[in-house]
Design a protein around this ligand. Sequence first.
Ligand code: NDP
Ligand code: 2IT
Length: 450
Amino acid sequence: MPYVADTIAKLKRTGPAEIEYYQAVEEVLMSLRPLLDKDAKYKKHNIIDRIVEPERQIMFRVAWIDDKGQVQVNKGYRIEFNSALGPYKGGIRLHPSVYAGIIKFLGFEQIFKNALTGLAIGGAKGGSDFDPKGKSDNEIMRFCQSFMNELYRHIGPTTDIPAGDIGVGAREIGYMFGQYKRLTGRYDGVFTGKKINWGGSLARKEATGYGAVYFAQNMLAAIGQTLEGKTCVVSGAGNVAIYTVEKLQQVGATPVTVSDSRGMIHHPQGINLATLKQLKEVEGASLSEYAQRHPEARYTAAADYPAGRNPIWSVRCDAAFPSATQNELNEADAVALLKNGCSCISEGANMPSTQGAIDKFLAAGISYGPGKAANAGGVATSQLEMAQNASMQQWTFEEVDSRLHAIMNNIYQTVSSTAAEFGQAGNLVLGANIAGFRKVADAMIDQGVV
Ligand code: NDP
Ligand code: 2IT
């Protein structure tokens, strides 16, 4: 497809070495062919060239002082990608692997994900190569304050509303919000993922994981199945993974794996949720501890992964929920999953499957829910938090959860009916990319050349 190759070539020339960004763009553009052929207006208005170029990219120095009194310096990013549908919205990632290519891919995905929620939110992402691991609480606070000393001037409740992502939870949001308030003197709903007692929403913490399970239920219902009694594998052991495990257990499925960056746990009798939460939400411990507390569970250290591949994807299962990070599931993993009978993938993480893996899932015709649809429950519930802040209300857990559930059902309907509209029923990658793109592109056309 020449327009895909031309666009990627231009991105490589004008923004070199942003590997994950090219990958995310290529996947979206490959899906758009039937839409571009059907309606000439997108080409006429040169939407492709415009949509792959962020509206604004902010890069800044984050200097802070560690507990030894040494000055440390990190890179800070906020990429405000697209505001056609609403104010910029998206998380902040703190991880040593962060560089422009990662934030850009995440920001690009966020545009279409946010469009699919049906809510009025544009796309953005931010972060830093700061590594929270091994840092004291005071170091985390000083980093977050320094990060905000620059970011505060770019964000606001109707302009750009950050949230959490890898390495950012309620504690970090608290430190960033505190510094924003100090610098501006305003108690704005400028972050989501806040603690409940100072403006957060019930069920936001649970929303991404719960949403990924609701999405899987929708995919299975379409073929007359449910998750009840199914064996599931989950990767990750953070916010998304924990609440995926929780919801899977609530609906009668058995999640048998979790992982962190140091290793994976296989617990054939089912993951013990209380132990998982205690280790990860309270103690900040490694998963190797889990096997100490449950001798029937097996721990494999990452250093011992055969051929560097996470053994999670070789565990026999009916459904898989990749919930750690990008490109954690490759083509060989996809082949192993399919061989072992896995027939449903719902992505809690952003872009966890490589293109080779996606191609295998689509060719096999299994239920495959791409991240920008399956994990949209987190950002959708962030918007519900914004709505509560703006109206000075606090909804019950049940109220928020039932809205989240309805939004996930609606996303599934939109994505599957769009796939069918373009003659590719069941291809939810194509459905998600076309439905998300069309909504944003139409708004961009309406708003003129800006
Ligand atoms: P957390 O930081 O809470 O948890 C991330 C988990 O994944 C941890 O167990 C972490 O292990 C593991 N992990 C992270 N990076 C790597 C890596 N490079 N290799 C191996 N393991 C890794 O993050 P979240 O749960 O919030 O995010 C998980 C994924 O879900 C990300 O892709 C994120 O973008 C996506 N997402 C998150 C949403 C949210 O609302 N939080 C919404 C939508 C998507 P360790 O602790 O050892 O590093
Ligand atoms: O990737 C994501 O959708 C998130 N990290 C959540 C973004 C948000 O604004 O809640």
